[in-house]
Structure formats: C-alpha cells, structure tokens
Design a binder for this molecule. Structure first.
Ligand code: FAD
Length: 288
C-alpha cells in the first residue's frame, strides 16, 4: 500500500487527481476499522492530517465554515453555542477517544445512514464544500447522500469543509441506541427551527438507505406555525400539531429490520423523538 502524505490542500488535490482510487484518511476511526478487518486493501491511502486548513473553522459570509478535519471534541468545546444541533449530535458520537479523532468530514466521507452528524446537518440546511483540481462546488446536504454509504463526491474530489448558518432558532438532536454510549444509532432525529425564514428543518438518521429530511413534516409544521401566528406570538404549541408532525416524520422513514432494531421500532421511536424534539425546541423558543 502506498501512503501519500500531502502537506498542503493544493498538493492533496493533485494527489487525488493523479490517484482517484486513493482512500482519504482523516481521523481514521472508520478507515482503520475497515483495514483492520481486512474489508479492503486500498492501493493508496491519502493522509490528510498534515493539511492544516482542514483542521480550522471560521465565520465565512454569515456562515460557519467548518474544516473537514475538525474533530467532534472541538465542535463540542468551540462551537457549542454557534452550531448547537451539530454539537448535540457530536456529544453522542462514540467515546472521548473517537470524538478526539473522528471528524464531521469523515462522517460525510463514510456517508453511513447511521452517521450522527447527518440529521443535524440536514436540519440546519448545511452545504458540503467539495473540491478537486477542476474547481470547488457546494452541495446541499440533502443532495450529498446518494445511497447506503455512498455520497455525491466525484472520484477526484475531496471534502474541504461544511458550511452551516448559525441558528436563528432552537435546534435539537435525539438518538436512540441499544445502550447510552459508544453505540451506533438505531434511529436518530435532528430538528432546527428557522424563525427568520418561518421554516423548519429536519433530519432522519438510521431509518432509510440514506439520511433524509422529512419534507412533508417540515412543511406542515412551518405552515401551521405561520397560520396560527405562533412564530409571532410564541404561544403554546397545540398538541394536535406536535402529534401530526411526529406522524409525518415517521411516515418519511423507510427503515429495515436489522441486528440493531426492527423497522417497526425505528418508525415508532422516530415519532417519539420528533415530538419530544419539537416540544423541547418550542419551549426554548418561547423562553427567549
Ligand atoms: C468505536 C467506534 C465508535 C463509533 N461511534 C460512532 C457514533 O456514535 N456515531 C457516528 O456517527 N459514528 C461513529 N463511529 C464512526 C466514525 O467515528 C465516524 O464516522 C467519524 O465521523 C469518522 O471520521 P474520521 O475523521 O475518523 O474519518 P476516516 O476514518 O478518516 O474517514 C471516513 C471516511 O471518509 C473519507 N474521508 C475522510 N476525510 C475525507 C475528505 N476530506 N474528503 C473525502 N473523503 C474523506 C474516508 O476515505 C473514509 O471513507 C464510530 C467508530 C468507532 C471505531
């Protein structure tokens, strides 16, 4: 196996262009598991850990530009206030060791339907910045996941950053697993209220071939809140609204039975999480 070790982003892009089959490695918490179990043996590994700019985040034209190599631990400690949904999701990932090494960029690269950052990114209307020697492009999160562990990257592209607008309203993230920590999601749900746009963002994890938004649920809730004047009044949320929202979230899922849980349990848990997340977020909104 050839080990490619670029020192700059430009060099990394050139190496990926020259060897499109090269497997990028950042924290290695997915890649090293695959190698250790001998699931594949790539011809080239492209180590991105020396590319300094990937490990940086900064405000960028009203959004936060989160470098693909920023660890979960740093999202939690440095960005808890600016990216609350993603920070909540990051707190549930693996163990301290995994959070120290693992990155949002690596979660996107792996594109597992169970990846915990995805529901938060979808709900926040995040964009993934992909780049190759041919140029850079921004991919809306909902177009990034194309199949089970497949994403929209072209063979010569790398993920450079994720662009996320700071929240104009409360965000929530819920995850159900078979135990409390170090666990792959059985189902997960992310919610973001966007009062500035009178809009709602959602993200479903582990309950479909790809992470996905619950679009009908988003539209129903946004329209109900507008119709009832609740964005303005911040009045109490009608019980029927939260219940129907939860039903629509559950309807958006298309889960399978597997070792972690049944499809039926996943659908049920999603409706419970959706209602809970909405009630928590709405109570936060009313308090501000
Ligand atoms: C014990 C354990 C517990 C875990 N628990 C969780 C959990 O609770 N929740 C969860 O979501 N995940 C969990 N994971 C999976 C893993 O930690 C996450 O997916 C993590 O985000 C991967 O990040 P990384 O930087 O380590 O990625 P890597 O392992 O370095 O890479 C992951 C994938 O992304 C690709 N990649 C990396 N960087 C780039 C880039 N810049 N451009 C293009 N492709 C790139 C790699 O080629 C690979 O396909 C766990 C893993 C382990 C071993």
């Amino acid at each position: 196996m050839e080990f490619l070790q670029p020192a700059t982003w430009a060099e990394a892009l050139q190496m990926k262009a020259a060897h499109p089959q090269a497997v990028p490695i950042q924290g290695g918490t997915d890649v090293m598991v695959e190698l250790n179990f001998d699931r594949y043996r790539p011809e080239y590994l492209l180590d991105l850990t020396r590319v300094g700019e990937l490990a940086e985040w900064a405000p960028d034209d009203g959004r936060i530009r989160l470098g693909a190599g920023v660890s979960y631990t740093r999202v939690i400690t440095e960005l808890g206030g600016r990216l609350p949904g993603l920070a909540m999701a990051s707190r549930t990932v693996g163990s301290p060791q995994i959070r120290n090494r693992g990155t949002v960029g690596g979660n996107l690269g792996a594109a597992s339907p169970a990846g915990d950052s995805h529901p938060a990114l979808l709900a926040a209307y995040a964009h993934v910045e992909a780049e190759s020697v041919r140029g850079a492009r921004q991919i809306p999160a909902e177009e990034f996941y194309t199949g089970v562990k497949r994403n929209a990257l072209r063979p010569d592209e790398l993920i450079k950053a994720v662009l996320i607008a700071p929240p104009s309203g409360p965000q929530q993230f819920c995850k159900i697993g078979t135990r409390n920590a170090m666990v792959i999601s059985v189902a997960a749900f992310g919610l973001a209220l966007h009062p500035d746009q009178e809009a709602v963002g959602t993200g479903i994890g582990s309950a479909a071939p790809t992470p996905r938004r619950a679009l009908a649920a988003e539209q129903f809730l946004a329209q109900s809140l507008t119709g009832d004047g609740l964005w303005e009044s911040r009045g109490a949320l009608p019980d029927a609204t939260s219940r129907h929202f939860a039903d629509l979230v559950a309807e958006a899922a298309s889960p399978i039975d597997d070792v972690r849980g049944t499809a039926r349990y996943r659908v049920h848990s999603l409706s419970v999480m959706a209602r809970r997340a909405l009630i928590w977020a709405w109570n936060d909104f009313r308090r501000v």
